[in-house]
Each structure stands twice: as structure tokens, then as C-alpha cells.
Ligand binder design. Structure first.
Ligand code: PMP
Length: 424
């Protein structure tokens, strides 16, 4: 069980925002599937730094590559390197829809590049995006879920608006925000405004409102509708990319976008992201029509980390093992919660999953708002934390499993879950 040391950093620090209740939680170190806080509490970590630690903490191959790089080569060059070219080759080889790729630092930047490119390619302005998805914090695509900026729609359902304190005016004119998993809503919007729509931007599996899988045929319908009207389909695979397999969600689900965005899992914990796709669209970058700046983009440290991470991910059998451990956790949690008689279900795909405390299934953000019980989730989260298991504190987020998690970690997690479920 975790203990708070009176007078320690967890209980006294005030100079910075310090994380999540029940108390500020300052981390000391990570190793494999474990995190240790400044009071010495150890947690089985399913937060994974919000996703990047797909290989666990301190993955030896990545650590070694970065140390070697700093000691022998330097850091930021501005000019391209052979390592950068090699990383691009690996991404292109892994993801069939990606013919060319550009590297940068964060998912936010990569989404910005993709939407800019789609606008330049189509000479149209609007982007369709979906309620409850997060594509980074750039003002152009930001969507705040804060209730103070949600307004009632025609039938009193919450309607997303792309504004908030500090947001620029006029952003909403270039965004159409639709409910996800609703092919009719998408077909109607495209029928009405198709000629002004540059791109449909979506996660192939919804990760930022819990974990929500696309309904059968939904992504296929999206692909068809966008193709018919010359709209660029952008998959934001910042979370799913290289996590659901080397070819990401698109490989696993068999739907091909025009552009894709990757981050988190490709850097082994270092800031590296990538945007790539169809060569005819990417040509606008190569010929200078669309500019993509970034002093630190493709910096040597990040690239050496990503090369090592992708080499590690190419280990034969790695994804099969990751899926097997993840399935054990998903099925195990579902069993524990149902045996405790709780109105909950666990949904997921491979190493992505979330526990929903809801009586009915959730297929998009509106369902989550109406059906998810935040209060019971909160007690569940805190109970698990106190028993040394760290999940994401948000009811609308994901648990991540890393390649460092073992069957023993899963067994310990399920034992804790059994105790917590009994008290809920
Ligand atoms: N897209 C998705 C799907 C994300 O989950 C995130 C980050 N959580 C981003 C984009 C933004 O990435 P970053 O935080 O690296 O800017």
C-alpha cells in the first residue's frame, strides 16, 4: 500500500502543478513496468507517461543508443542525417499507406502539419473532427470539453465548440465537429459541405474518450465518403501507431488513410513524432509549397532513440506477447468487475483498454457523458493507486500496457482489483 511521508515533496510542494489527487504525486524514477514516487512507493504503471513508454521505462536498447549518440556525435544539426533517413525508411516499411514521412517533436506539431498539408493540397479550408477526440493543443484543432463552453444543441445534447478562454476567434468557422461512430452524421455533413472540406481528422480507435472501438463498417464508410469527394483522410495514430502493431490501427483494422500522424510510441520516451502518407500529397512539402519548420525537429537524440525503439519493436513475436499479456489483463479485469456485480465493462484492443463504469455500452462522447459513472471510477482509481497500481485518473482515458509488463504484473493487478471491487 502506498504511504505519504509527512513533510516530503508529495505533501509539501506548491511551486508547480503537481499532478493528481488524492495527493500530489511526484515521480522519482521508472524501471520496466514500475514507477517509484519520491516517498518510495512503487506502482505498476499503466499510465506509461501518457503512452510513450511502450517499451517500459528505461528500455536498455533506447537508453544505450541515446547515451552513445550524445557521447560520440552531437545533438542538433539542422541538416538531415543518415539516421533520420533510416528512421524514415523504417516507418515507410512498417506502414504501407505511408510513402514519405516528415519528422518532428510532438503529436501536436504532426497534426498541425497534416491539416496544413491537407488544406494546401485540396485548396479547401474546413476540417471535420469528432467530439471527444484530442489532437493536441494547437489552437486550430483544439477542442475543450469544459462544460462552461459547451452549449445545448437542438435536442439539448452537449455540442462541442472549439473555443475556450484564450482561444482565437473564428476557429469554429474552419472546423466541423461531429459525433463519432455515426456514419449518417458524416454523410450528411459531407453531402452539405463537401466542396469546402479539406480533411477528415480522426483517431482510428478513439483513445481520448476512454477507449472506444469503431463500429463495424464505420471507418470503411469514412474512407469511402472522403474518397468520393476528394477529402484527405487523416488518421491520428499518436496513440495507436506502433502500439497496435507495426502498422498501427490502420494495419490492424485494414482501413487506409491518406495521411497519418505518429508520436508517443515511436520515440521510446523521447520527443519524436512523424507525419506521412501519400507521395502526391507529401510532394507539397518536398517542393516547398508547404513549410514545416521546427528547430528541434529530427534532432539527433530523438532520432537515435526512435531508431532503437523501432528496432526493438521489430523483434519477432513482440506484439504477440504484448497482446497476450494485455488480453489477460482486459479479460481478467472484466471478470473481477462482473463477479463483484458492478455495472462495468472493459473494452480494448491489444495494449489499449479502459474500464467503463456504465450500464450500457459507450460508442462516442455523447454516450460517455450520459452513461459513464465518474464517481465510481474515481473511487476505483484511488483504490487501485493505494494498492500500488497506477491507472490514468481520467474516466475518459486509457490504460496502457507496455512490452515490459509481465503475467506477474497482471496477476498482482487483478489481485488488487478484486479487493478494490469488493469495496466499491
Ligand atoms: N493526438 C492524440 C490522439 C493524442 O492523444 C495526443 C496527446 N495525448 C496528441 C495528438 C498530441 O500529442 P503531443 O502531446 O505529443 O503534442
Amino acid at each position: 500500500a502506498c504511504k505519504l511521508i509527512p513533510g516530503g515533496v508529495n505533501s509539501t510542494a506548491r511551486a508547480t502543478w503537481s499532478g493528481w489527487s488524492p495527493y500530489p504525486l511526484f515521480v522519482e524514477s521508472g524501471q520496466g513496468s514500475r514507477l517509484t514516487d519520491v516517498d518510495g512507493n512503487e506502482y505498476i504503471d499503466y499510465l506509461l507517461g501518457l503512452g510513450p513508454m511502450l517499451l517500459g521505462h528505461r528500455p536498455p536498447r533506447v537508453t544505450q543508443a541515446v547515451v552513445d549518440f550524445i557521447q560520440s556525435r552531437g545533438t542538433v544539426f539542422a541538416l538531415p542525417t543518415a539516421d533520420e533517413a533510416r528512421l524514415a525508411e523504417k516507418i515507410v516499411a512498417a506502414v504501407p499507406s505511408v510513402e514519405q514521412v516528415r519528422l518532428c517533436n510532438t503529436g501536436t506539431e504532426a497534426v498541425l502539419y497534416a491539416t496544413r498539408l491537407a488544406r494546401a493540397f485540396t485548396k479547401r479550408n474546413k476540417i471535420i473532427r469528432f467530439e471527444g477526440m484530442y489532437h493536441g493543443f494547437s489552437d486550430g484543432v483544439y477542442w475543450s470539453k469544459h462544460p462552461s463552453i459547451a452549449k445545448a444543441g437542438p435536442d439539448d445534447r452537449p455540442v462541442a465548440v472549439p473555443q475556450g478562454p484564450g482561444m482565437p476567434k473564428g476557429v469554429e468557422e474552419n472546423l466541423l465537429i461531429l459525433p463519432w461512430n455515426d456514419p449518417q452524421a458524416l454523410a450528411d455533413a459531407i453531402a452539405r459541405e463537401g466542396d469546402s472540406i479539406a480533411a477528415v481528422l480522426t483517431e482510428p480507435v478513439m483513445c481520448n474518450t476512454g477507449c472506444i472501438l469503431p463500429r463495424p463498417g464505420y471507418l470503411e464508410a469514412m474512407r469511402e465518403l472522403t474518397r468520393e469527394r476528394g477529402i484527405v483522410l487523416i488518421f491520428d495514430e499518436v496513440i495507436t501507431g506502433f502500439r497496435l502493431g507495426l502498422a498501427g490501427a490502420q494495419g490492424r483494422l485494414g482501413v487506409t488513410p491518406d495521411l497519418s500522424v505518429f508520436a508517443k510510441g515511436i520515440g521510446g520516451g523521447f520527443p519524436v513524432a512523424a507525419m506521412g502518407g501519400r507521395a502526391d500529397i507529401m510532394a507539397l512539402v518536398a517542393n516547398g509549397t508547404v513549410s514545416m519548420a521546427g528547430t528541434y525537429s529530427a534532432n539527433g537524440i530523438a532520432i537515435s532513440a526512435a531508431n532503437a525503439a523501432l528496432d526493438e519493436l521489430a523483434t519477432p513475436g513482440l506484439y504477440e506477447k504484448l497482446d497476450a499479456v494485455s488480453d489477460e489483463l482486459r479479460l481478467g479485469l472484466g471478470k473481477v468487475l462482473s463477479e463483484a456485480g458492478l455495472p462495468a465493462y472493459v473494452v480494448g484492443l491489444g495494449p489499449l483498454m479502459q474500464v467503463w463504469f456504465a450500464k450500457e455500452e459507450i460508442h462516442n462522447y455523447r454516450d460517455a457523458e450520459r452513461r459513464a459513472d465518474q464517481d465510481i471510477f474515481r473511487r476505483w482509481w484511488q483504490g487501485m493507486l493505494e494498492r500500488g497500481v497506477l491507472f490514468h485518473p481520467g474516466a475518459y482515458e486509457n490504460l496502457f500496457v507496455s512490452t515490459a509488463h509481465t503475467r506477474e504484473d497482471v496477476a498482482a493487478t487483478l489481485a488488487a482489483a478484486k479487493q478494490v471491487a469488493a469495496d466499491l
